[in-house]
Design a protein around this ligand. Structure first.
Ligand code: G3P
Ligand code: MG
Length: 250
């Protein structure tokens, strides 16, 4: 059983595939993260209008593609034609959005572990969790099961319904008083908290309850050292160029 006493995942996790060194959540980013030595990746997943899970952080297409408007209004056939690399640099122009299916293939080919953050469009929280968990339950062939996380409790309920055996983590920006009980209620094995608000007391409480603790987004040396000393199970970072998982493993 996965929990703080048995945490099988790599300590270092590449945020959105390759941090800020490549267009986020594209396969090019994951290739770069992998080349930097990363063997676990965080990604943001949502549904197209026709229910295909794919990678995109924002509700709308403008910031990271050449499309416009809500991503949830478009079918995957249309989304898959968009350019998700040109906004970042000329070098990546033409890089497409990645489907969860394609990312699974990448993970299988490279033996990588995966943290799928559910980023549902408003109103589709439960469905997003359910369909993503079903897709992963059906298609995942990796050694370690994908870890599903979300800020949205309803998305984690959907994930539980779609793939009860997949480990889940509750994401929080502020580790408030009720969050640990909520994580336990949702059957989570871990929490993922914003790094600057993590205190020794919080770590102790979570660990005593059997929950693992990961943090985002850790880009600073001193902060990474502080969190490692506190005994965190995972650090999600943009700085895949700075932190070498082989060196900073402890
Ligand atoms: O999963 C951790 C982190 O990615 C959550 O924040 O906005 O970068 O998806 P965000
Ligand atoms: Mg994320």
């Amino acid at each position: 059983i996965i929990g703080v006493a048995n945490w099988p995942y790599p300590r270092w996790i590449a945020h959105r595939g390759g941090g800020r060194l490549a267009p986020e959540n594209t396969l090019a980013a994951f290739r770069l993260g992998h080349a930097c030595g990363y063997r676990m990746f965080e990604c943001d997943v949502r549904l197209s209008a026709d229910g295909v899970p794919f990678l995109l952080h924002d509700d709308v297409l403008e910031r990271t593609t050449d499309g416009q408007g809500p991503a949830a209004a478009r079918d995957w056939a249309a989304l898959s034609q968009l350019d998700a690399g040109g906004w970042y640099s000329e070098r990546y122009r033409g890089e497409p959005l990645a489907s969860l299916q394609a990312l699974m293939c990448f993970c299988h080919a490279t033996g990588s572990a995966l943290n799928v953050e559910l980023k549902p469009a408003p109103g589709s929280e439960y469905e997003t969790g359910r369909i993503v968990a079903e897709t992963l339950s059906r298609g995942w062939r990796g050694l370690l099961p994908p870890l599903l996380s979300s800020f949205r409790a309803v998305a984690l309920q959907g994930a539980r319904a779609g793939g009860a055996s997949l480990p889940r983590a509750l994401l929080v920006e502020y580790p408030g008083p009720g969050c640990m009980d909520l994580a336990l209620e949702l059957g989570c094995v871990a929490m993922v908290a914003e790094h600057s608000r993590i205190t020794p007391q919080f770590v102790e409480r979570l660990h005593a309850a059997g929950l693992a603790l990961l943090s985002y987004t850790v880009n600073d040396d001193a902060e990474a050292q502080r969190l490692l000393r506190l005994g965190l199970q995972g650090l999600i970072t943009d700085r895949v160029d700075r932190f070498d998982p082989a060196v900073h493993a402890a």
